[in-house]
Design a protein around this ligand. Structure first.
Ligand code: GRF
Length: 203
């Protein structure tokens, strides 16, 4: 599949938690939008705030528990993505690592958002890592997902200052405001064909 498509793009959001990035994406790409719509929200926890938020936006939401069985999760996720005709997957606070086979199948069609200026501070507690390192700015990165953790090619980065006396929560909140701008911007860039992931982007 190659972007741009000659029809509205169909987006899925995978989320595990409160879903504020889902809210930003659902608001930017609502049902019936001529450019792109979020058509499916997949939560790996039944209590994910993202699932009820999806319903509020009129987007179908499915809970697919991860449990200890990643293969089963990925089979079910893959079946849902096909059923809903999804073109682009957006991981938004999805706290699980997908298998190399899954990320290869969706190469160039799966994005993640991370609260640091990658390649700095991948993995958990990125804001805490930034504060411990004493950097004077941080931010967020939307990137293509590959087989690594937070390693894929960056699509959009937005920067924020780290202020004297910042707490982890304060910095996280400042970054989050930029995440909500960065994710829709990155989705637009990918769907317009302005940026591709190196390997497999045209598969
Ligand atoms: C965000 O900080 C995102 O960068 C990280 O997880 C958090 C999810 O927040 N991957 P939300 O559920 O979108 O509010």
């Amino acid at each position: 599949m190659t972007f741009p498509l000659e029809r509205p793009a169909r987006l899925a959001v995978f989320a595990s938690g409160r879903g504020s990035n889902l809210r930003a994406l659902a608001a930017a790409f609502p049902p019936g939008d001529p450019f792109a719509s979020v058509v499916l929200v997949l939560g790996n926890r039944r209590d994910a705030g993202a699932l009820s938020l999806a319903e509020a936006y009129g987007v179908p939401a499915r809970a697919v528990p991860f449990g200890g069985d990643r293969d089963r999760f990925e089979r079910e996720a893959d079946a849902l993505l096909r059923t809903f005709g999804v073109d682009l997957v957006c991981l938004a606070g999805f706290m699980r690592v997908l298998s190399p086979a899954f990320t290869a199948r969706y190469a160039g069609r799966i994005l993640n958002i991370h609260p640091s200026l990658l390649p700095l501070f991948p993995g958990l507690h990125a804001q805490r890592q930034a504060l411990s390192a004493g950097v004077r700015e941080s931010g967020c990165t939307v990137h293509f997902v590959d087989a690594g953790v937070d390693t894929g090619e960056a699509v959009v980065q937005r920067r924020v200052p780290v202020l004297p006396g910042d707490t982890e929560e304060g910095l996280a909140e400042r970054i989050l405001q930029e995440e909500h701008r960065a994710y829709p911007e990155a989705v637009r860039r990918v769907l317009m064909g302005q940026v591709h992931s190196g390997v497999g982007a045209h598969a």
